[in-house]
Design a protein around this ligand. Structure first.
Ligand SMILES: CC(C)(COP(=O)(O)OP(=O)(O)OC[C@H]1O[C@@H](n2cnc3c(N)ncnc32)[C@H](O)[C@@H]1OP(=O)(O)O)[C@@H](O)C(=O)NCCC(=O)NCCS
Length: 174
């Protein structure tokens, strides 16, 4: 089994709802994608709308993985920089695989598809992302070729008294 990845799919209500369900389920399973559980789709919706506005303006590209039942099973957003001195690399955001599919190699497939997508964008030479420390995510990204290039101690306050490092990972593309 594998996921089918699509770059810049048509944004239909079904796709939007599928991403919202994925994001909600991943967050409620403890995934580090911007929220802490418990969270509802309505809390996440404004964040997705922000991404969709950026997509409509051509600043962000969406990569979606569907499973064999046609459900949205994985996503990543590739965000171009608007700063004129930083247009040669992009940000990767909201890397997630549905909890029912985690641990099957789909996360690695998702990052490979994101790398292919970034390589296909004119002038892009690197992918940068941040992840929450303390969960082993550096190891996941490391296994996909990313290197830790920085770490801001305690920058993410998951809960009072529970601060995590903000870890910066980089993948040069050439
Ligand atoms: C992180 C995530 C995308 C990985 O996807 P996945 O499909 O579960 O990962 P894979 O099965 O492709 O695993 C690839 C490798 O990374 C490792 N790995 C995966 N998740 C890991 C984690 N959270 N911590 C440490 N290692 C991890 C796997 O063990 C595997 O290594 P191995 O081949 O040496 O066994 C997925 O677990 C997820 O969506 N998590 C919740 C959301 C999240 O936190 N996203 C990160 C945002 S920065």
């Amino acid at each position: 089994m594998s996921l089918t990845f699509t770059l810049d799919p048509a944004v239909t209500p079904a796709l939007r709802d599928g991403i919202l369900d994925l994001w909600t389920d991943v967050s409620n399973a403890g995934g580090s994608v911007g929220f802490v559980p418990p969270v509802t789709a309505e809390t996440i919706r404004p964040e997705l709308v922000r991404h969709m506005v950026a997509m409509a303006e051509g600043r962000t590209r969406l990569l979606v993985g569907h499973d064999e039942d046609g459900r949205v099973a994985a996503t990543a957003f590739l965000a171009l920089n608007t700063h004129r001195l930083m247009t040669h690399w992009l940000w990767l955001y909201t890397v997630m695989v549905h909890p029912r599919h985690q641990g099957k190699g789909y996360g690695r497939d998702l990052l490979a598809a994101a790398q292919d997508a970034a390589c296909g964008i004119d002038g892009i030479e690197a992918i940068r992302l941040t992840c929450r420390g303390g969960l082993g995510l550096e190891r996941f990204y490391g296994s996909c070729g990313y290197k830790e290039v920085g770490r801001v101690p305690g920058a993410i306050r998951v809960a009072p008294g529970d601060d995590r490092d903000d870890v910066i990972m980089l993948l040069p593309l050439r």
